[in-house]
Ligand binder design. Structure first.
Ligand code: C5P
Length: 287
């Protein structure tokens, strides 16, 4: 059995620079891996059949599950056509949160199968395969702190962000990514994040400089569900976060605190009110 961690991602910033002809959008995002993780246990078989088990009834167990899709694609691309896989996913990353839960499971499958088979695919080939599965999957393969452009697959590794505590809270509703991209196309964006300013702050180990510039253009979408996002942000800032922002297309919100900050009280009260809250730390590059 092969075991692999699949870490959640957060968007320190998210900008959309335009809609593309292929139905996607051009993005400019600063991504960060954090210690909240799913755990995958993969057992290969010679029946050629694939199945995922994750204890969440509405998640698919067949090829529609991104982890299964990743295993199928990988094994086909390295010529192991008779090999199948059972993938058990211990799911801790909430679904529909903007934390790339499905994408990071797929990325973990690619990373560990490539390792298991003696690295038949080089980094670029592995990332190309990842991009066939989903826009966030290439980033999830490499992890750490990175600038993601294009559909999300054009990656530049950045320096690790300074040590900090990150409190993530997800309200009970989830947001559909395609729906929010469509909603974004209908509005005029009020502002854009200062991506270059954040990159300079990361370069200079300036946690406050990063936090003061965090911004996600999806927060401009007019949707009354985002009132909960604003409420959570206010609570996080009131508890001493240096900055707080929604991740991806939501619905999770996170606040960044100093490494020594006491966050247990705000975590408890957010969990009681919104159902999900965790205190995590940043994780460096994975590949
Ligand atoms: O690539 P992925 O399958 O994760 O994308 C899901 C949906 O999100 C796409 O079908 C598209 O509606 C939207 N999307 C987009 N532009 C991106 C990434 C995703 O419009 N760069």
């Amino acid at each position: 059995m092969i075991t692999e961690n699949a870490f959640a991602k957060l968007n320190i910033s998210l900008d959309v620079s335009g809609a593309r002809d292929d139905g996607y959008h051009d993005m400019v995002m600063i991504m960060q891996t954090v210690s909240l993780k799913d755990t995958l246990r993969i057992t290969l078989n010679d029946t050629g059949r694939f199945r995922a088990k994750c204890g969440i009834a509405y998640l698919p167990s067949d090829g529609r599950n991104l982890a299964v899709k990743a295993a199928m694609l990988f094994l086909r691309s390295v010529g192991k056509c008779g090999t199948g896989a059972e993938i058990e996913i211990e799911k801790n990353i909430p679904v529909g949160a903007g934390m790339a839960g499905g994408s990071t499971d797929a990325a973990a499958v690619l990373r560990c199968l490539n390792r298991e088979f003696g690295n038949p695919l080089g980094r670029e080939q592995l990332l190309e395969l990842a991009a066939e599965i989903g826009s966030d999957v290439p980033y999830c393969v490499i992890g750490g702190t990175a600038l993601a452009e294009g559909r999300g697959e054009v990656l530049t590794t950045l320096k690790d962000i300074p040590d900090c505590r990150i409190v993530i809270c997800k309200p009970e509703f989830s947001i559909s990514t395609p729906e929010f991209f469509k909603a974004l196309d209908r509005i005029r964006l009020r502002r854009h994040p200062d991506t270059q300013g954040i990159i300079s702050a990361i370069d200079g180990n300036d946690l406050q400089g990063i936090c003061h510039r965090m911004y996600n253009v999806f927060e401009d979408v007019e949707d009354r569900r985002l009132n909960a996002v604003r409420d959570i942000r206010r609570i996080l800032l009131g508890a001493g976060a240096h900055g707080a922002v929604m991740t991806g297309t939501g619905s999770a919100v996170f606040g960044i605190f100093s490494p020594g900050a006491s966050t247990s009280e705000v975590c408890c009260s957010l969990e009681k009110e919104y159902g999900f809250c965790r205190c995590v730390t940043p994780v460096g590059g994975l590949l």
